[in-house]
Design a protein around this ligand. Structure first.
Ligand code: SF4
Ligand code: SF4
Length: 396
């Protein structure tokens, strides 16, 4: 197993993401026997970083994780958990909610604790004086209940810079979505560079982009097999990230024992990509994108009569095209005022003339407006999570 120094702690580079445990299709109950088997295997081969979150699996991930770990001494593993500021039913007793997570995880401290999912929409809640989240979490850290405070991030590059400037010195690590497809598509390369430059450790989520890079189309799979026969598609995605020295932990949301075994082999072998393999992954990433080639040059923005942030909207469009079920983009658009949403485009065409990439921006924004209108809706999807918080805090 590969290990890294993470703020003075010796953490395994492979982290166990606890959001995809198998559940009973009827009752929703987690298959605890399978979780135990996966954890036993991972733990015995050196995985010591376990990542959960209050809302994962309807609030049951924390409990299943704690059950699978309780046979080991608490100091032999690290727990990362998250505060659900992006799915609250309204202002709540943050400290009581935090303690509820401690109780479910059977611990009295978190090694790593993150503000869950900072983006253009959730920022309003996280920064609201009424919600009072950041000061409360700083207090938990100062009381020793949080050893390392960080945040997970799904927003754009500009927001990342602004947020880090505003809270300089508060957070010691950041969790970002990063993989060989998002390296350019979600501008993960820039985000990784910003965090590294500022001395912040990076945790990676979605290394296989929700499974897309673990089950490639036949031609892409064949291309990789020619380079490393017998290797899984997922192993290439992990090896891409192993080449980034400031990525301290790579999370994998494992839900089968064979998957754990395959990932362990990849991290034990610890082989970096060859030049040929890197080139093959770049080609595959391009072939999977299915979006528009916006470079964020912003030549189109100055003359837009609606004052739209066009590259931001095109980034959301590309993300939605690559993963139509993802909430990330629709949430980010939710954070815009109505007159800055894609439907506010008046179709004047100025941007298309200005664009060196010849993108038909008005047509793309009309498509995005439609995808946004009919796509995944975060507010509806989080009703269950909000109800669980109300129940846990006896708010009903
Ligand atoms: S077509 Fe839409 S996005 Fe482009 S400049 Fe006109 S209003 Fe702005
Ligand atoms: S001009 Fe074209 S490439 Fe540049 S930001 Fe606008 S849409 Fe993107």
């Amino acid at each position: 197993m590969l290990y890294n120094d993470f703020n003075g702690l010796n953490v395994s580079r492979l982290g166990f993401g606890c959001m995809r445990f198998s559940t009973d299709p009827v009752t929703g109950a987690i298959d605890q026997d399978k979780v135990d088997a996966m954890f036993d295997l991972a733990f015995s081969r050196g995985v010591n970083y376990y990542d959960t979150a209050y809302p994962y699996l309807d609030g049951n991930s924390e409990i299943a994780m704690a059950k699978a770990l309780e046979k080991h001494p608490r100091e032999s593993y690290f727990i990362a958990d998250k505060f659900p500021g992006h799915s609250l039913p309204g202002p709540v007793d943050n400290v009581a909610l935090f303690h509820k997570s401690l109780e479910k995880c059977k611990t009295d401290y978190f090694d790593f604790y993150l503000l869950h999912n900072i983006n253009e929409w959730s920022l309003k809640t996280y920064e609201s004086p009424e919600y009072h989240i950041i000061p409360d979490m700083i207090r938990m850290r100062d009381e020793g209940k949080i050893r390392n405070l960080g945040f997970s991030f799904h927003g754009g590059v500009d927001l990342l810079r602004e947020f880090l400037d505003k809270y300089d010195g508060i957070f010691s690590f950041v969790q970002i979505q990063c993989n060989y497809m998002d390296w350019s598509m979600q501008r993960s390369e820039e985000k990784y560079g910003i965090l590294t430059e500022r001395g912040l450790d990076v945790i990676v989520m979605e290394p296989c982009r929700g499974g897309k890079l673990a089950a490639l189309p036949e031609d892409a799979h064949a291309k990789l097999q020619a380079l490393d026969p017998g290797a899984s598609d997922a192993s290439f995605a992990f090896r891409f990230l192993m080449g980034l020295p400031n990525v301290k932990v790579i999370l994998s949301g494992m839900n089968e024992v064979v998957q754990v075994e395959d990932n362990l082999r990849t991290f034990e072998r610890a082989a970096l990509l060859s030049k040929e393999e890197e080139a093959a992954l770049s080609e595959i990433a391009e072939s999977l994108k299915n979006g528009v080639p916006c470079t964020s040059c912003r030549y189109c923005c100055k003359g837009c009569p609606a004052g739209l942030n066009i590259p931001f909207l095109l980034e959301c469009y590309n993300d939605l095209k690559a993963n139509p079920k993802s909430f990330n983009s629709t949430m980010r658009i939710d954070g815009l005022p109505d007159d800055k949403k894609p439907a506010a485009c008046i179709g004047c065409g100025q941007c298309a003339h200005a664009c060196p990439q010849h993108i038909d921006v008005p047509a793309v924004l009309a498509n995005l407006a439609d995808l946004y209108e009919h796509g995944p809706n975060w507010t509806r999807a989080t009703e269950g999570r909000k109800a669980a918080i109300r129940r846990d805090l006896n708010m009903d």
